[in-house]
Structure formats: C-alpha cells, structure tokens
Design a protein around this ligand. Structure first.
Ligand code: TRP
Length: 75
C-alpha cells in the first residue's frame, strides 16, 4: 500500500467484563461494520488500523490503550 495505512496505529483493549464487542468499520466512502469480535473479562486484543479498517466501535467496559493516551471506564 502506498498510502501507508498498513502501518496504522495499534491499540490494545482489555475487557473488564464479559461480552465486550470490538466492531471494525470499513475504510472508504461507505462506513459499515465488517467484523465484530467478542472479548470476555480479562481478555486482551491488540489490533491495528488497516487498509480495511478506519474506525472501531467498542461496546462494553474496557481499558483502551492508544498512542493518544489511556481510556479507563467512567465511575
Ligand atoms: N481484516 C481486518 C483488517 O485487516 C482485521 C482487523 C484489523 C480488525 N483491525 C481490526 C477487525 C479492528 C476488527 C477491529 O482490517
């Protein structure tokens, strides 16, 4: 890929409860869900923004680590 999206940022998600969903959304003119991954409590996912994935939606209680900082659950 010449535009470098395969070198996209990584992020790490740690599920703090069962049934967390990590939903990948497509890159390009149409923004659609393309993959949903289920994590249970304690499971960790490391993933990347790619040629196919430009956005992510996360449902559930997680700790999220990105180069922009760490996001922890609200009280
Ligand atoms: N096949 C997807 C891709 O290469 C896999 C993927 C990468 C993904 N990052 C993701 C799926 C984040 C869900 C969430 O883009």
């Amino acid at each position: 890929m010449s535009d470098g999206v395969e070198q996209g940022d990584y992020f790490v998600i740690r599920a703090l409860e069962n049934g967390v969903q990590v939903i990948g959304m497509t890159r390009g003119t149409e923004t659609k869900f393309h993959h949903s991954e289920k994590l249970d409590k304690g499971e960790i996912m490391i993933a990347q923004f790619t040629e196919h994935t430009s956005a992510m939606k996360i449902r559930g209680k997680v700790e999220l680590y990105t180069k922009h900082g760490t996001i922890t659950p609200l009280e």
